[in-house]
Design a binder for this molecule. Structure first.
Ligand code: ADP
Length: 271
């Protein structure tokens, strides 16, 4: 892939073709680089809990005598197994989402109802840290969209789990639904630690974390936001973030607010 076509001096068709071809090669190379990086990162993320698991089992086999000691080791092993399970689950979700619309179960559903349900879960998640949660429906009528309801629920739950995770005790998390220019706009904002500007361009990358050490304790996989972005895009939408360190963060998911007929018209080849 390192070969490039020579681009002649003359601005003729062949030169333009060579330029286009070279640009396509560069794109392909970048894609391959990303895939290699991803496989490397995924292996690393799975190897860490596996190494801990192996170490603990070896220690237990060699030194533990008392049932209490075995129990402690097994409990700790269980945590690592759960961690690996979460990573694998997230990797599968991501792979399905990247496969595009075909892997989604697209049906009409009520976004308003979905957010009511998600809001109740946000309450529960926030309880332990005394985080106040709010649901703001700026539209009085029910918003119905075409999409994979279960997957979209996951999008909002990932954002809410992060909001709660990265907000200190007594803070607040707010979910807002609005419709702007034919798009449904769901914002999850928190009064948490925020994200420094230099990290913002990377947070949707797989396994990217602002604070690597903190993440292991929180149990996050580093794939949550990659899943959010991929699923929003698979629905023809997008996600934006705004943050001020020390004040809070807000993520906004935009989804095309189209009915079944419009959806079919726009996705004819995929339906
Ligand atoms: P993780 O499992 O680490 O939460 P994510 O992909 O969900 O993985 O998020 C990537 C990183 O973005 C997190 O590690 C964290 O540093 C940052 N982040 C995500 N959401 C927030 C938020 N609401 N407030 C502050 N930082 C956040």
């Amino acid at each position: 892939l390192n070969r490039r076509l020579p681009v002649g001096k003359a601005r003729d068709e062949i030169s333009r073709l060579a330029e286009t071809f070279n640009a396509m090669l560069a794109n392909l190379e970048e894609s391959f680089r990303k895939i290699r990086q991803f496989s490397g990162d995924a292996s690393h993320e799975l190897r860490t809990p596996l190494t801990i698991l192996k170490g603990e089992t070896e220690v237990a086999l060699r030194w533990a005598k008392h049932p209490d000691e075995f129990r402690k080791m097994l409990e700790s092993s269980m945590e690592e197994i759960d961690r690996m399970g979460r990573i694998i689950e997230d990797l599968l979700t991501l792979a399905k989402s990247e496969a595009g619309t075909r892997s989604l179960v697209i049906k009409p559903f009520s976004l308003s109802d979905l957010l009511q349900g998600v809001y109740l879960q946000a309450n529960t998640l926030g309880e332990a840290k005394k985080i106040k949660t709010y649901l703001n429906l700026e539209v009085t009528e029910e918003i119905r969209l075409m999409g994979d309801e279960l997957r979209l629920r996951q999008v909002f739950l990932n954002l809410i789990a992060n909001a709660v995770n990265y907000t200190p005790e007594g803070g607040q998390v707010e979910i807002t639904l609005a419709v702007v220019d034919g798009e449904a706009k769901v914002t999850v904002s928190d009064s948490g630690i925020g994200i420094p500007a230099e990290h913002l361009p990377h947070i949707f990358d797989r396994f990217y974390r602002v604070d690597k050490a903190r993440n292991r304790e929180d149990g996050g996989t580093g794939l949550g936001l990659a899943i959010v972005k991929s699923l929003a895009e698979a629905h023809g939408g997008r996600v934006e973030v705004a943050s001020t360190p020390g004040e809070g963060t807000s993520f906004t998911v935009f989804l095309p607010a189209q009915g079944p007929e419009e959806w079919l018209a726009n996705n004819n080849s995929l339906a």
